[in-house]
Unconditional design. Structure first.
Length: 426
């Protein structure tokens, strides 16, 4: 009877043990690679439970004591079990940059305590980082069931900028050798990707576009006695907008570079509020000429604020100097290209309309709309209140293709109308 009972119980016990093991998974280690021109950044994400088993220390029991007590030992251990070399076998020089802890909240994991180690692997002189070999057996030898997942998080030449890490392999016991080949990429491909990112940042940044449009509204007009009066000539209108856009470009380029390189760091909350304030002031200026003749300084000053918002996109790239400089150039050129497209599409119709009586009403309505949007954003970003303008702004942020086509056609017709009579006078 006992044998028959054991025969039936054994599968049941095995099933329960399997389910329990599945419900309490052991997380794999993560190896994140950031590939630059002459260095490779490595971020190791190591579960403390597994690292402790490898070092025969109960690290997960007292996570806060791990770095003070075992930091130096862990660093030596990792350097002994991690290496990157060229295709010819020449080793990269490792530099440990930081140790930190991270906590997750996955109920299916045995441990949610992680050690995060950041390293910088310096390539040998003259070596290319397009192809290299990763040798990695951290934790894997003492804990043969453990695995490490390898990702490329950033690789400029292959268009990887951190937002979507690409899995390239898994390392396990006796499979600790991984060849990485990114030679299909190119600097031009990476430049095109970061350029398109700059274009999209402006195209999708409704607040940045609204600030620019508010500055464009009074550009074709002269200011007289505290009011916007007669229309400027084509040459004067073009000169005003060139000064305004140039000021904005210089301003945001400065803080974009400072923010992306980490020289200046400002919390995003206050910056977003100040961007809304910049729209409000520009709307007031479109209504009444409070900064007449000083649009250059207005645009440059607020450009400094907008540049800090742009920098948030690049601040985490952590590339080497050359790659970061190329990223800044491509991203900034993408921003400028989109701005010029907006100016080319909007300014010619505005100049034509400025020569009609209806422009005063249109300009005032545009200023009121921009001010209402700005006040809504200020209420939302500074006070946490509901933004009543959000539904309308969201709809306008993604105009249908036919609306864009109509705007471009209108800009073309307006440009032709402006250029033809101007030939004899210019």
């Amino acid at each position: 009877m006992s044998k028959r009972l054991a025969k039936w119980l054994a599968p049941l016990v095995f099933l329960c043990v399997s389910l329990a093991a599945h419900a309490h998974d052991v997380p794999a280690s993560i190896v994140m690679l950031d590939i630059g021109q002459d260095t490779i950044g490595v971020e190791l994400q190591l579960p403390l439970s597994e690292l402790g088993a490898a070092l025969s220390e109960p690290l997960a029991r007292a996570p806060d004591e791990v770095i003070p007590r075992f930091g130096a030992r862990i660093e030596r251990y990792v350097l002994d079990h991690l290496g990157i070399s060229t295709a010819e076998g020449v080793r990269y020089v490792p530099h440990i940059e930081s140790l930190s802890l991270r906590r997750t909240s996955n109920p299916n994991w045995v441990s949610n305590e992680w050690l995060i180690m950041a390293l910088r692997m310096e390539a040998p002189a003259g070596a290319l980082t397009e192809r290299f070999t990763l040798d990695y057996d951290v934790i894997l030898r003492p804990v043969v069931t453990h695995k490490a997942l390898v990702f490329v998080r950033r690789d400029f030449r292959n268009g990887l900028l951190g937002e979507n890490p690409q899995a390239i392999g898994m390392i396990a016991f006796q499979q600790s050798h991984l060849d990485v080949d990114g030679s299909d990429g190119s600097w031009s491909h990476g430049f095109a990707k970061i350029f398109s990112l700059g274009v999209a940042h402006i195209a999708e940044g409704t607040d940045h576009l609204l600030f620019l449009l508010a500055l464009l509204l009074p550009a074709p007009l002269y200011a007289m006695r505290g009011r916007w009066a007669g229309a400027k000539s084509l040459r004067d209108s073009a000169w005003t907008i060139v000064r305004t856009v140039s000021g904005f470009t210089v301003g945001h380029s400065i803080t974009l570079a400072l923010g992306a390189t980490g020289i200046v760091s400002v919390p995003s909350g206050p910056i977003e509020v100040l961007i809304a304030v910049s729209i409000l002031i520009s709307a007031l200026h479109a209504w009444r000429p409070i900064f007449s003749g000083k649009e250059l300084y207005l645009a440059a000053g607020f450009g400094l604020i907008h540049g800090l918002a742009f920098a948030s996109t690049l601040s985490g790239l952590d590339f080497d100097g050359w790659t970061l400089a190329l990223s800044l150039a491509g991203f900034n050129l993408g921003i400028e290209a989109m701005q010029l497209l907006v100016v080319a599409a909007v300014l010619p119709p505005l100049i034509v309309l400025s020569r009609t009586r209806a422009y005063g009403v249109g300009r005032t309505l545009g200023a009121v709309f921009a001010a209402a949007c700005a006040l809504g954003w200020i209420a939302e970003r500074a006070l946490g209140l509901r933004n009543p303008m959000a539904p309308l702004v969201d709809r306008l942020a993604a105009p249908p293709a036919w609306a864009i086509a109509c705007l471009c056609a209108t800009a073309f017709v307006a440009s032709v109308a402006l250029v033809r009579p101007a030939k004899g006078s210019l």
